[in-house]
Design a protein around this ligand. Structure first.
Ligand code: SF4
Ligand code: SF4
Ligand code: SF4
Length: 317
């Protein structure tokens, strides 16, 4: 360690740019933001070239859908950034702020109920880029899953979004078949026959939409696309499963608004160093939910953004 030339101060400076020291060396891993886990063939090629030109030739993938090129010498960092910028790629993703968004492949997945890539891109633009200079008490992670299969574990993020398809069931059309194809289609037993008629237990139904169109008598012809939002999840030194808000949102605009309100609330009412889960625990879920479902906090947006808060955030990694 005694021979290292890059100072702690320089290390901190480049960390904010997304370059993390390879332990025991003066080389760094550059963290590239993929926006939604999807890159073009041209970007892929550019990264491979950059890894050979400036790094040690290795590329790794992080759990939050970013890509790290290892072994970049400190004095090659700017050249590396300029090289990947040719294909519109940037580094970053550290600090006490909105972190790179993680989404599943819901847009193309056979079970996907929402356009996860599209929504991820919008949130990235608005709240990763748009709020890049907004300091928060700690990191703020957002995850988007295309259906209740929860492949990317949205509810282990500070804010998780889960695609929904809420079945429109018309009980009057139910003929009470001996063998109900809707009951058979439901993977979790939320649809069941009782007294010769199909019932849906709305408490346990996760709105996966798998029953839609399965009734031969059109009792469930269609459904309503929706977005469940869970708040206060985290995974790491401390583990917490996010709690869903008691409202299913039915448009992307509503979801964008609730994401913004959550970030503003966390900035305004969170204490430096605490994760969103702890803020929610301290303020009470009902209180936080009421604020997220009303627009009061948006009327204070400018004031919240301009306040001198969390000048040194709590995130250490
Ligand atoms: S969460 Fe659903 S939509 Fe997303 S990858 Fe998994 S199964 Fe597909
Ligand atoms: S298949 Fe349709 S009509 Fe028959 S029991 Fe099920 S919901 Fe009712
Ligand atoms: S939406 Fe999914 S969980 Fe709900 S009743 Fe239909 S199949 Fe079952």
């Amino acid at each position: 360690m005694a021979n290292l030339k890059v100072t702690a101060e320089d290390e901190k400076r480049v960390k904010a740019l997304g370059f993390l020291r390879n332990k025991g060396t003066d080389n760094f891993s550059g963290r590239i933001i993929t926006v939604n886990g999807k890159i073009t063939a041209a970007q892929n090629k550019c990264l491979s070239e950059a890894a050979e030109l400036y790094g040690n030739g290795n590329i790794t993938f992080t759990s939050r859908l970013t890509i790290e090129v290892q072994g970049i010498p400190y004095d090659k960092i700017e050249d590396f950034r300029a090289y990947i910028a040719k294909e519109g790629l940037v580094t970053g993703g550290t600090g006490s702020k909105v972190r790179p968004i993680v989404c599943c492949k819901g847009t193309t997945c056979q079970y996907g109920l929402i356009d996860t890539f599209g929504l991820s891109e919008k949130i990235h633009e608005e709240f990763y880029n748009g709020y890049a200079d907004v300091k928060l008490p700690h990191k703020f992670k957002i995850g988007i899953g295309g259906c209740p299969n929860n492949c990317i574990k949205p509810d282990l993020n500070d804010l998780g979004i889960i695609g929904q398809n809420i079945p429109n069931y018309d009980e009057d059309l139910c003929m009470g078949c001996k063998k109900c194809s809707v009951e058979e289609a439901c993977p979790i037993g939320a649809a069941y026959s009782e007294d010769g008629v199909l019932k849906i237990d709305t408490e346990s139904c996760n709105n996966c939409g798998r029953c839609i169109g399965k009734c031969h008598f059109d009792a469930i012809e269609d459904g309503q696309t929706g977005y469940k939002v869970a708040i206060g999840g985290m995974w790491g030194k401390r583990v917490n499963r996010g709690i869903p808000l008691n409202k299913i949102f039915t448009s992307e605009e509503e979801v964008m608004s609730v994401v913004e309100k959550a970030i503003l609330l966390y900035r305004e009412q969170g204490k430096t160093g605490e994760r969103f889960a702890q803020t929610i625990e301290r303020l009470g879920f009902d209180n936080v939910e009421a604020q997220l479902l009303s627009d009061d906090i948006l009327s204070r947006k400018q004031e919240i953004l301009e306040a001198q808060l969390h000048l040194t955030g709590g995130a250490t990694c």
